[in-house]
Ligand binder design. Structure first.
Ligand code: HEM
Length: 511
């Protein structure tokens, strides 16, 4: 007989509920085991570094030297190796140009096991979408990055950079190193909002700052989630403190993007503004989204608009922040290249304060240095795909449809078969002579193929203007006591910031 104090536990309802939970749990586990078996069988012909019985390679992924470890695995396992985050999420990690071409020249979808973690935050925008809807949005938004739209942005890049550099004049007086990452991030967000989201006022308000902080938290939590199998299930994740923190940060990010959309919609209600916009030959990104109609004359849904705004707001500033910050670090590390870039910038600027559109094409040495810093410090170090059909690789091995691919851009860019002495900073790798004949998939900071970065021209222009003005006004040197510790956090960050010493060269606007 069941004692009376236990009877509620064994009531028919609770037994029934427990039974259902057990069966669902069992079916889920069975599905996961079958999936593991399928992924492992697909990758049979590829070996890989030893795995932990429970965590796979996830424990190594959490170490601060993980990027270097993948580079050493790439030496050990030519072309590709298995990479497991837990027992149920296994990728073929690739870092060889022919392998990259076999996958990235096609339009396979993003791996849902990773990109679905984005949904709560950036929804189904261009980064995550696939199929006809991705194609429709990509076609719609591409004109937002037309050369004529980008041209006037040069002045905005310069204005936002000068505002940051004015702040740095004061900091440089203190004669101690400081972390440049956050200031660069604020500048990049300000620039993006003014160029593509029609923001009129200069500088960031409290809501923008909150957004910046929220993104930093969201990228950290996303990276942790990818690497921690116990967080892969949505239901479990939302119950954890990390999951709840993610939801709070999402709310903060959405408060910001909702406000941006609301403000622009209000402006568009004004008939005069409407007329002005219709007369413009090229619309900016947000106007395109708000004015878009499909073949039946229907607008994009509010959910679609929000997803694209969230996607571009994130992709458009966090990546360039990483690119600019690591570039300045490279300049501090290699003063001879810094000086050569500065001389080129001085020659182009002459006695002007800022650049014209045509000047960007003259920055040849600076552009080579930017590319070399993208090679060694790719702002997006890793991207993932799921094969929609089988793929055959150049060495005769293959993978079936459904397999998961991780392209390790960081390791690809240090592949010694393509890049002799890969650790050496040598901008001349990107001279026209040295580039001709190089494999087109050897250098992929913006990915490649149909799902490449839509904002790459915008980003390159911004990189050139911002870095040229930085080098014109300051000399950058290292703080040997604070060497940055590289840390992938969707983008490439530094765990301890990027601390540099700055010396003003007394060349602010009007000087
Ligand atoms: C240095 C700066 C940048 C780098 C290194 C970079 C890199 C990349 C990479 C590697 C991808 C492929 C992602 C994947 O496959 O998961 C990508 C996609 C994308 N990027 Fe960028 N990006 C930069 C700047 C920008 C900017 C400034 C914008 C917008 C203003 C932007 C918007 C996007 C979007 C929307 C996608 C998804 C495109 C699609 O799938 O059709 N990016 N970017």
């Amino acid at each position: 007989m069941v004692p009376s104090f236990l009877s509620p536990i064994f009531s028919p309802l609770s037994l029934w509920v427990s039974g259902v939970i057990l069966v669902i749990g069992f079916l889920k586990l069975l599905r996961l085991l079958l999936r593991r078996q399928k992924l492992a069988r697909a990758m049979e012909s590829f070996s890989g570094p030893p795995t932990h019985w429970l965590f796979g390679h996830a424990l190594q992924a959490k170490q601060t030297d993980f990027l270097e470890r993948v580079v050493s695995w790439a030496h050990q396992f030519p072309y590709a190796h298995q990479l497991w985050f837990g027992q149920f999420l296994g990728f073929l990690n690739i870092y060889e140009p022919d392998y990259a071409k076999a996958v990235y020249s096609r339009g396979d979808p993003k791996a849902p096991d990773v990109y679905d973690f984005f949904l709560q935050w950036i929804g189904k925008g261009l980064l995550v979408l696939h199929g006809p809807k991705w194609f429709q949005h990509r076609k719609l938004l591409t004109p937002g990055f037309h050369y004529d739209v980008l041209k006037p942005y040069v002045a905005v890049f310069a204005e936002c950079t000068h505002a940051m550099l004015d702040k740095w004049e004061k900091k440089a007086l203190e004669d101690k190193s400081f972390d440049i990452f956050c200031d660069v991030g604020h500048m990049a967000l300000d620039t993006l909002m003014r160029c593509t989201f029609g923001k009129g006022e200069k500088g960031l308000c409290q809501r923008d700052n909150n957004y910046y902080l929220a993104v930093s938290d969201l990228t950290l939590l996303m990276q942790q989630r990818i690497e921690s199998f116990q967080y892969h299930n949505d239901f479990i994740y939302w119950l954890t403190p990390h999951g709840r923190r993610f939801l709070r940060a999402c709310k903060m990010a959405h408060d910001h993007t909702d406000q941006v959309i609301r403000k622009r919609k209000e402006v568009l209600k004004d008939e005069k503004e409407q007329e002005k916009i219709q007369k413009r030959k090229h619309l900016d990104f947000l106007d395109i989204l708000l004015e878009a109609r499909d073949e039946n004359g229907l607008r994009l849904s509010d959910t679609d608009i929000r997803a694209e705004v969230d996607t571009f707001m994130f992709e458009g500033h966090d990546t360039t922040t990483s690119g600019i910050s690591w570039f300045l670090y490279c300049m501090a590390l290699y003063p001879e290249h810094q000086q050569r870039c500065r001389e080129e910038v001085r020659e182009i600027l002459g006695d002007k304060d800022s650049f014209q559109w045509d000047d960007l094409g003259k920055m040849t040495y600076l552009t080579m240095c930017i590319k070399e810093s993208f090679r060694l410090y790719p702002p997006v170090p890793q991207v993932y795909r799921q094969l929609s059909k089988p793929v055959n690789f150049v060495d005769g091995r293959s993978l079936p449809a459904g397999s998961l691919i991780s392209l390790h851009i960081y390791a690809l860019h240090r592949n010694s078969a393509v890049w002799p002495d890969p650790e050496v900073f040598d901008p001349l790798r990107f001279s026209p002579e040295n580039m001709s004949g190089r494999h087109p998939f050897a250098f992929m900071p913006f990915s490649a193929g149909p799902r490449n970065c839509i904002g790459q021209q915008f980003a390159m222009n911004e990189m050139k203007v911002v870095t040229a003005l930085c080098l014109h006004r300051f000399e950058f040197s290292l703080d040997p006591s604070r060497v940055p510790i590289k840390m992938p956090q969707l983008i490439l960050r530094s765990k301890n910031g990027i601390h540099l010493h700055l010396k003003s060269l007394g060349r602010g606007p009007g000087k």
